[in-house]
Ligand binder design. Structure first.
Ligand code: MN
Length: 492
């Protein structure tokens, strides 16, 4: 499928003012020129990747600046054009976001990693992107890369799929972007465990073969009933469960697909929260609900902010069917998550939970992470520095992350120095350290490392010679222990 700039305009959810349109066109022309002659492994022109990334961003409701950044995101990394040139034309904000995406691209996951390391990487992603839009662009970029992963060599397929499953899927989930999350998850699953992927997909197909026809009949029947009772149904449609989610559930149910009731379902979108509960009542009056299968995520949202009512019923023709009831706002939040903020920020939408028309104040400490994030971002407007600080305080708690020149991540306590860094990399590097560079510039060895610094340790070939003075400033027990050990061995 070839994407054009028109496709982006057709899918954009914000009002397309002449200025916004001009910005997107400029970004497109700029990226097209920069990537001219470059091809993807799939054989497509490189600009197709930029366009596809931008199209995903438009579809989840991102606005003109983010879409433009999506078009430009690979320019500094893969072409001769520098960030300076981008800054001259597109200004500080766009350059900042694009450079953030470039930085994230340099993070690498090494071989077999422990859970702790993955958690670090996730935190790193969040911390390094001082603007949440950086992560959203990264997710869109990865989604297109996953769609075209088959064109890469097998080892790369495995590495990218693993990283997607372990790092990007949890982030998409945490940001509540269900639409991207489930596609990423299914694509990663396909490459990581092809056998089970195919098996599950086949089972799902067999089970849902007749569903499309049935869903049509069932939606018509349910819609008629609701309209007759005075509920304005805004939308009603059938949906099937994602392959990976289905596999995870099958594993918990002896791989017996008959024990799973939400493979197929119907989603009903109604105007407001009271309508959600009325819809539930009407449906239960007509169709028997299965005991213990009613979940009210409206009054008790999931930790990522997800809101909806789920019930499983004996639907038309007595078939077991899951029905999900929610408002359009909840639907957009579930599919687009934090990104939906940009759709609604234009309409000055109120995000607080409202029950039966009454605004419910959520107690401070029980605020959901996603709402906090959104509120911060909203109240701070374009000032992302303070937002970044809040994010850092919440996530990192006295921890900083620094990079080796190769892009590996070193997790350190606050105020750590290059000597701590050196010993964290390897005791031999620590023992041979004679100097350090931070972000390419020479710094003192007791320099205070900042989050995100790239630290390069200058080592002497011989002889090994740590200094006792280092004990006066090092912050990690690892460095302290190694220095002491060195002198103990010498003193012997
Ligand atoms: Mn890319």
């Amino acid at each position: 499928m070839v994407v054009t700039i028109e496709d982006i305009f057709n899918n954009i959810k914000c009002e397309l003012t002449p200025r916004r349109k001009e910005l997107i066109i400029n970004a497109y022309e700029f990226a097209k020129k920069a990537h001219a002659g470059q091809k993807r492994r799939s054989g497509e022109d490189y600009i197709q990747h930029s366009l596809q990334t931008a199209l995903i961003l438009a579809r989840i409701g991102m606005r003109s600046k983010t879409i433009s950044c999506g078009l430009l995101h690979d320019v500094p990394e893969d072409t001769d054009v520098t960030l300076e040139e981008i800054r001259k034309i597109f200004g500080e904000e766009i350059t900042f976001i694009v450079s953030g995406v470039t930085k994230l691209g340099k993070l690498k996951l090494r071989g077999e990693q422990k859970e702790e390391y993955l958690e670090n990487l996730r935190k790193m992603f969040l911390a390094m992107s001082s603007d949440i839009r950086v992560i959203i662009i990264k997710l869109a970029d990865r989604l297109h890369n996953m769609r075209t992963l088959e064109f890469n060599p097998p080892e790369k397929q495995q590495r990218i799929a693993r990283e997607t499953m372990d790092v990007l899927v949890p982030i998409a989930n945490r940001l509540g972007i269900g639409e991207i999350k489930s596609e990423l998850e299914d694509l990663a699953f396909k490459f990581l465990d092809r056998e089970n992927y195919l098996l599950t997909k086949k089972m799902r197909e067999r089970e849902t073969k007749h569903f499309i026809k049935y869903a049509e009949k069932a939606t018509i029947e349910i819609k008629k009933k609701l309209l007759r009772e005075g509920v304005q149904v805004q939308n009603i449609f059938g949906r099937t469960k994602g392959v990976f989610r289905l596999f995870e559930k099958l594993k918990r149910h002896d791989m017996d697909i008959k024990k799973i009731y939400d493979i197929i379902g119907i989603r009903v979108i109604v105007p407001d929260v009271p309508d959600c509960y009325r819809t539930l009542g009407i449906i239960h009056k007509k169709y028997h609900p299965l005991v213990g299968r009613i979940k009210d995520y409206i009054s008790l949202p999931k930790p990522n902010g997800y809101q909806s009512i789920h019930t499983t019923i004996f639907g038309p023709e007595g078939k077991i069917l899951e029905v999900q009831i929610r408002t359009q706002l909840m639907e957009d939040e579930a599919e687009f998550g934090i990104a939906s903020h940009w759709i609604y920020s234009e309409k000055k939408f109120d995000f607080r939970v409202s029950l039966f028309g009454k605004k419910v104040k959520v107690p401070e400490k029980e605020l959901l992470w996603i709402r906090q994030l959104r509120d911060w971002q909203r109240s701070l407007g374009e000032d992302n520095e303070e937002f970044m600080e809040s994010l850092r305080i919440d996530f990192l708690k006295n921890h900083i992350f620094a990079f080796t020149p190769k892009g590996d991540i070193i997790n350190l306590p606050e105020n750590a120095t290059p000597i701590d860094f050196a010993y964290r990399v390897h005791s031999d590097i620590g023992n041979r350290a004679i100097g350090a560079k931070a972000n390419g510039k020479i710094v003192p060895i007791d320099y205070e490392i900042h989050n995100g610094d790239v630290i390069e340790i200058i080592t002497s070939k011989n002889p090994k010679k740590p200094s006792r003075d280092w004990l006066n400033f090092v912050k990690t027990s690892g460095a302290r222990g190694n220095i002491k050990k060195f002198f103990k061995e010498i003193d012997l």
